[in-house]
Design a protein around this ligand. Structure first.
Ligand code: EPS
Length: 393
């Protein structure tokens, strides 16, 4: 399976094409809209989120609520387009030269794609870079990733995320696998998707403080996926290792600067005897671990435990009190351009990372169990699980 997205932040719409998705999957716009809403809702979002009410339109590949096996085409309209058509139109007749000149960006923002993108694509107006580099594109990723999530859910897998750190404020670590329901439950109702109520309240205060002084904040989210069978991915080649694909997918989210699987960087000071997850087995649980420091992946393969991925998010680079920069039009030392932006995107990034992880995991399911229809995939997964159960002494 693969997907492509197109669309500028202030263009008419974001578009998505998904190819290779199986037939026979119940697929409704409401499932995608619910995820788009979660992406928009995270505490710390800026003015754009008050304009948009992201909704998907399914243009192809689905009939009467069920996928056909043909390419799926999705569309998310930008409500803000009506304010920007004179600046962003593809048709020269619709461009308002005065407004387009007003919105021209020549002072690159440190931390953004502005300068390197402008140099690479030879664009004097850095808007031609920032429009596509904008995290607005992640709405399209959430739509595509939800297709992956729908497939995983059909096979009995669940995926969710929570915020573990904002700025200096960290939530209490949850290492016990049995607490997952608790995390998922709390995170679903908390305005910041944090399972630690006290820390969550302090995180929101920090975001309010950053807003008041015109600054931005980064942090860490964690994505958890439960219910996958062992043996997805492969140890056999570098680009088949599932942890590598997951890391690439999460790292591709704007502002993510680090990814951990399991304990990741936090595990390096632990001796091997305390780090690795001892193997047990029983009739009820099959092969299992009582700890999950590996984060559900060993040797590039799922081991049947929950997959745990953390992402480190840098502070949003658009600053109300901007850093020094150079005006490319005049060569003068200036301060960087100020665009409307968010104060903290960590909760939203968790939702986007769920979508990206769901997509990669659904691709891994398709690679192992193949199939043109959901029925075929379900049957193959069932047979595989039965075969594994026979190994349990
Ligand atoms: C975003 C849309 C953008 C920003 C934000 C995320 O809209 P606008 O530029 O019109 O305000 O709010 O983008 C960034 C934080 C960024 O760095 O690009 C969205 O839909 O998520």
């Amino acid at each position: 399976m693969r997907f492509l997205t197109a669309g500028e932040s202030h263009g008419p719409a974001l578009t998505i094409i998904i190819e290779g998705y199986p037939a026979g999957v119940a697929f409704e716009r409401g499932q995608i809209d619910a995820q788009l809403k979660r992406r928009q809702a995270g505490y710390g979002r800026g003015g754009r989120m008050r304009i948009e009410q992201d909704r998907v339109e399914i243009l192809a590949g689905v009939r009467n609520g069920v996928t056909l096996g043909s390419p799926i085409a999705l569309l998310i309209r930008n409500r803000d387009w009506e304010n920007w058509s004179g600046v962003m139109a593809s048709d020269p007749d619709q461009i308002d030269a005065e407004r387009a000149a007003e919105r021209k960006v020549t002072r690159p923002r440190p931390g953004h794609a502005d300068l390197a993108g402008g140099l690479k694509y030879h664009q004097e107006d850095l808007r031609n870079i920032l429009e596509r580099a904008s995290a607005r594109e992640t709405a399209a990723r959430v739509a595509a990733g939800t297709a992956g999530r729908i497939l995983l859910e059909q096979l009995g897998c669940g995926i969710f995320s929570h915020v573990v750190q904002i700025g200096m404020v960290a939530a209490d670590a949850v290492e016990d696998a049995r607490d997952f329901d608790l995390i998922a439950g709390h995170a679903a109702v908390s305005p910041i998707a944090c399972a630690d109520e006290q820390a969550g309240a302090e995180m929101m205060r920090q975001i309010d403080r950053a807003t008041a002084v015109g600054d931005t904040l980064g942090g860490v989210f964690e994505v958890i996926c439960r219910g996958l069978p062992p043996g997805l991915g492969s140890h056999a080649h570098w680009d088949r290792r599932l942890d590598a694909s997951l890391a690439a997918a999460v790292m591709s989210i704007p502002s993510v600067k680090g990814v951990e699987i399991g304990l990741g960087f936090r595990g390096v000071s632990t001796p091997g005897s305390d780090y690795h997850d001892a193997i047990g087995c029983s009739r009820e649980r099959g092969f299992y671990r009582n700890t999950n420091r590996a984060g559900g992946i060993e040797g590039g393969l799922t081991n049947g435990e929950a997959i745990m991925i953390r992402g480190a998010v840098k502070p949003v680079p658009t600053l109300v009190k901007p850093l020094p920069s150079i005006d490319l039009a005049t060569g003068e030392s200036v301060t960087a351009a100020v665009e409307r932006s968010d104060v903290c995107i960590v909760p939203a990034a968790g939702v986007i990372a769920e979508a990206m992880a769901a997509w990669v995991l659904a691709c891994a399911v398709m690679e192992k169990f193949g199939g043109d229809t959901l029925l075929e995939i379900e049957q193959r997964v069932r047979e595989y699980r039965e075969r594994i159960a026979e190994w349990v002494p």
